[in-house]
Write a protein that binds this ligand. Structure first.
Ligand SMILES: [Zn+2]
Length: 571
C-alpha cells in the first residue's frame, strides 16, 4: 500500500521526455514509481485530465525576510513553486552583527522595495552567522522548500563595517575574512553567494550598494570560497561594464572552481543586439571549460504603475498630492471630477518617470495591463497610440487608464520592449540552453513589480495561448522550470518525476490555467503593501508527498524545509 497514488495523469516528468499517461506512487515523501499502473494507495488522487509535473524550482527570489513570517512564501507557492532560492543580487540578512540589522533592512528597502517597517516588524534577527540564519529558518514551519545564498552586501558590511558600507577598498585581511565566512556559510548549507555589480542598485541616499564596483580580487575571494566548499552557484547581477565586459574573471573563476556563475546581465534586454553576441561568447567560453549561464526572464520584467503602487507619475504633483491620502475609492471619485482631472493632467510630466534608470520610450512604452493581464501587448496598445486614437494627450490617456477597473488598472512598463513590441526574440532564448529561466524576483519590488507568477505565464502563454510566431513545447517548458533550475544548484533530489526523487508535484488543469492581474494588498507585517497575483488551475500542489494547496487553498500541511547545499537531500 503506497502512501499516495496519483492516478491517470498526463505525466510531464521534467526530463524533457514526451508526455505520457499513467500513475505516480509516493512513499515516505519520495516518488517510488512514475508511469504505468501503480498499486493501491492509502490516499488516491484522480488526475484524469490533469497535467502532472514536478513542482517549479524558482532560482531568483528575494524572500530572505518574508520566509521568517510567511510559511507559504506567497505569491510564488500559489503558482506551483515548491522550491524558492533567495539571497540573490547581493542582498540578504546574514551574516549580521548586532546593531547592523537596520542597515541591512534599509538596504533591502532601497534595492528591492520591501517596506522597512514590514521588515523591522517581521524579522526577529535571532542569528549572526549565515549558519545561524539557516538554523533559525529551519526551526520554523513552512509549506514549501527554501534555499539561501550569501549576499555580498551583508558579507562586506559584516567584515568591514562602515568601511564596507562606504565601498572602501578591502585589505588583504578583509579578503581573507570574507573567504573564510563564505566558505563556512557554504559548509553550513548555503546554496551559493551573490553580488551586485550594477549602478541600478543604490541605497536610499543614492550610494552604490556595498561591493558594487569592487576589485576583481574581492569577487574572486567569494568565488574561490565556493570552490573551497566544493559546491554552490555564484550569482552575479551586472551592468557588464569594466572588468565584467570581457567576462575574463568569470571565465577564469568557473574554470578554476568548476562551479557555475549565474549571470543576470542588465542592458538592452532580450530584444537588443548585445545579448546574441554575449550568449555566443559565453557558449565559446563554456566549450573551453567555463561554466556560465545567463539568467532569462520569461517575459520582459516590467514596472507596474497604478493608484496604489510605490511610484506613478502623479505622485509629487501638487494637485494630486492634495488627494493622495484618500482611500482609492474616494480618490477615484475625486479624480473623475473634470476640473480635478484637467488640473492634474496639466501638471504631468512629458515622459514617464525614469525610476529604474532603464532607457524607455516614454508613453510609447506604456500599456494598460488589463484583466486578464496582457504581458505581450502590440504597438497599437501603447498609451501614445491610444491617446492619438482617442484624441487626447498621452498624459490624459495615462490618467484615464489608471481610473479604469475602479482605480485598480495598472500601467505596464516592460523594460526593453519597444524594439520589437513583442516577445518574439524571447522565444529563441527560451529554447537556448545557455540561458536559465530566472528573474521572477519573487518577494522583491513589492509595490512596483510582480513577476513571481512567471512559471504560470510560461505555461499559459508560451505553451498554450501564444499566437504570433510560435509557442514552445510543454515538455521543454516544464524541464526548464524544474530539472534545469534544480540541477544548476546541485539539487539532484528534485525537479523531475523519477523514482527516488522528492515528491514535489503539481497537478494542473492545463486548459483552465490562468493568471489574474496583480493587485495591491496590505497583508504584510506593519500593514506593509505589496503586489500579489492569484492564479487558477493549480488543482494540487504537493511537497514531499503532502498536499500543501488544493484548488488554491492551503491545507495547513507544513512539509517544507530549508534546502542545504552540498548534501544530497533536504535536511
Ligand atoms: Zn534580484
Amino acid at each position: 500500500m503506497h502512501d499516495l497514488v496519483i492516478r491517470n495523469g498526463k505525466i510531464v516528468d521534467g526530463t524533457g521526455q514526451p508526455a505520457r499517461s499513467g500513475d505516480i506512487a509516493v512513499d515516505g515523501g519520495v516518488i517510488t514509481s512514475a508511469g504505468g499502473k501503480a498499486g493501491a494507495g492509502r490516499r488516491e488522487i484522480d488526475a484524469g485530465g490533469l497535467l502532472v509535473a514536478p513542482g517549479w524550482v524558482d532560482i531568483h527570489s528575494h524572500y530572505d525576510g518574508q520566509v521568517v513570517w510567511d510559511p507559504y512564501v506567497t505569491p510564488s507557492s500559489w503558482h506551483g513553486v515548491t522550491t524558492v532560492i533567495m539571497g540573490n543580487c547581493g542582498v540578504g540578512f546574514a551574516p549580521v552583527r548586532p546593531g547592523a540589522e537596520e542597515y541591512l533592512i534599509n538596504l533591502m528597502e532601497a534595492v528591492e522595495d520591501i517596506p522597512t517597517a514590514t521588515l523591522a516588524a517581521g524579522i526577529n534577527f535571532e542569528w549572526e552567522t549565515f549558519g545561524d540564519y539557516l538554523d533559525a529558518l529551519s526551526r520554523m514551519k513552512r509549506a514549501i522548500d527554501i534555499g539561501a545564498q550569501i549576499g555580498h552586501c551583508a558579507l562586506r558590511v559584516y567584515v568591514m563595517g562602515e568601511r564596507g558600507a562606504r565601498n572602501e577598498e578591502a585589505t588583504p585581511d578583509d579578503l581573507a575574512a570574507m573567504f573564510a565566512i563564505v566558505r563556512d556559510g557554504m559548509k553550513a548549507g548555503a546554496l551559493g553567494a551573490s553580488t551586485s555589480r550594477t549602478h541600478v542598485h543604490r541605497t536610499r541616499a543614492g550610494e552604490l550598494v556595498p561591493g558594487t564596483f569592487v576589485s576583481v580580487d574581492e569577487v574572486l575571494a567569494i568565488g574561490k570560497a565556493l570552490g573551497a566548499a566544493g559546491h554552490g552557484v555564484f550569482e552575479v547581477i551586472s551592468d557588464m561594464k569594466g572588468p565584467d565586459q570581457s567576462m575574463g574573471w568569470m571565465i577564469e573563476l568557473t574554470k578554476a572552481t568548476g562551479l557555475p556563475i549565474s549571470l543576470a546581465a542588465l542592458g538592452d534586454g532580450p530584444t537588443g543586439p548585445g545579448i546574441r553576441r554575449r550568449l555566443d561568447f559565453m557558449r565559446q567560453a563554456n566549450a573551453g571549460g567555463a561554466r556560465l549561464v545567463s539568467q532569462l526572464a520569461v517575459r520582459s520584467p516590467g514596472q507596474l504603475m497604478g493608484l496604489e503602487t510605490s511610484s506613478n507619475p502623479l505622485i509629487g504633483l501638487p494637485s494630486y498630492d492634495e488627494i493622495a491620502h484618500l482611500p482609492v475609492s474616494e480618490r477615484v471619485v475625486r479624480m473623475r471630477d473634470p476640473q480635478v482631472r484637467a488640473r492634474i493632467i496639466s501638471e504631468m510630466p512629458e515622459t514617464d518617470s525614469n525610476h529604474f534608470n532603464v532607457p524607455t520610450d516614454g508613453y510609447a512604452n506604456l500599456f494598460p495591463l488589463g484583466e486578464p493581464p496582457n504581458y505581450e501587448p502590440t504597438k497599437e496598445m501603447n498609451l501614445e497610440e491610444r491617446a492619438k486614437r482617442e484624441g487626447k494627450s498621452p498624459q490624459a490617456a495615462y490618467y484615464d487608464t489608471m481610473l479604469e477597473r475602479d482605480g485598480r488598472e495598472l500601467v505596464y512598463r516592460p523594460f526593453n520592449y519597444t524594439r520589437s513590441y513583442s516577445l518574439d526574440p524571447v522565444r529563441d532564448l527560451l529554447l537556448d540552453p545557455v540561458n536559465i529561466i530566472s528573474l521572477s524576483d519573487g518577494g522583491a519590488h513589492c509595490a512596483e513589480i510582480c513577476d513571481a507568477g512567471a512559471p504560470t505565464f510560461l505555461l499559459e502563454h508560451w505553451v498554450r495561448d501564444r499566437g504570433r510566431n510560435g509557442r514552445i513545447p510543454l515538455e521543454t517548458a516544464v524541464k526548464r522550470q524544474t530539472r534545469e533550475t534544480a540541477q544548476l544548484y546541485g539539487l539532484e533530489d528534485r525537479g523531475a518525476l523519477l523514482p527516488g526523487l522528492k515528491a514535489d508535484i503539481n497537478l494542473i488543469d492545463f486548459d483552465r490555467l490562468k493568471s489574474f492581474a496583480p493587485e495591491i494588498v496590505a497583508d504584510f507585517p506593519a500593514n506593509g503593501k505589496r503586489f500579489i497575483q492569484r492564479a487558477e488551475g493549480y488543482k494540487y500542489t504537493i511537497v514531499s508527498g503532502e498536499v500543501v494547496f488544493q484548488d488554491g487553498e492551503p491545507t495547513g500541511a507544513m512539509p517544507g524545509k530549508v534546502v542545504r547545499g552540498g548534501q544530497k537531500s533536504a535536511q
